[in-house]
Design a protein around this ligand. Structure first.
Ligand SMILES: CC(C)(COP(=O)(O)OP(=O)(O)OC[C@H]1O[C@@H](n2cnc3c(N)ncnc32)[C@H](O)[C@@H]1OP(=O)(O)O)[C@@H](O)C(=O)NCCC(=O)NCCS
Length: 183
């Protein structure tokens, strides 16, 4: 799904552009993911595990752009991607077509500027218009920033997965499963 570019004014008065991710963003997106994944312990992958080639990444972005039931947005500032977020179908099987999944991240330098809120509002509006009935996500139970964001937008915890994440020191953290009903 293509989203027309718009300017967003941040809390610190800086400006960025919100727009659809394009296949031409492949290199910028790889760069973004490597840096962003190194800034948080709460996501599934380490930076090394985000190992798509630029061609593979371009194919993924092209698929997302051309999927009418997916919206993938990026925030761009000074030619660099500083945030990305997407909402898309849980799967293609008939019985799960009403369920969407959401993912979101922002570069640490730009946290608390309202970027995630702006992205969430657009993704939720899109998911409703696209006919999804619920949006689901998984969040690490110590990721209080993300949990705060999801609660702000009406997500509720419906379950806890014990030991969802295991860290190199052998410690574990639980995951929360969250859902926002759209109807
Ligand atoms: C979670 C994340 C996306 C928030 O992005 P952000 O742009 O800083 O968020 P915003 O400035 O729009 O804040 C949105 C809301 O999040 C919540 N929030 C943000 N920081 C918070 C904090 N330190 N503690 C509690 N809640 C917080 C608040 O509800 C806030 O709303 P408010 O500004 O009206 O108070 C960002 O910290 C991030 O990318 N983290 C690393 C990746 C990640 O964890 N992604 C989620 C994986 S499940």
């Amino acid at each position: 799904m293509i989203y027309p570019a718009e300017e967003l004014i941040l809390r610190n008065r800086k400006r960025c552009t919100l727009r659809s991710a394009e296949p031409q963003d492949a290199l910028k997106m790889l760069q973004y993911m490597k840096i962003m994944l190194g800034e948080t312990p709460f996501l599934l992958r380490t930076p090394e595990e985000f190992d798509y080639t630029p061609e593979e990444e371009a194919r993924i972005l092209d698929g997302r752009k051309n999927d009418p039931r997916c919206l993938m947005l990026v925030a761009e500032m000074d030619g660099q991607i500083i945030a990305s977020a997407d909402v898309r179908s849980h799967g293609r099987k008939q019985r799960v077509l009403h369920r969407a999944e959401l993912g979101i991240s922002v570069r640490k330098d730009h946290w608390r500027q309202g970027i995630a809120s702006a992205l969430m509002e657009r993704l939720i509006a899109f998911a409703s218009q696209a006919g999804f009935e619920q949006i689901e996500l998984t969040v690490e139970s110590k990721n209080l920033r993300a949990i705060g964001l999801y609660l702000k937008y009406g997500f509720a915890v419906y379950g806890t997965r014990p030991h969802g994440m295991k860290y190199p020191d052998g410690s574990y953290d639980n995951d929360y499963l969250m859902v926002k009903m759209l109807q």
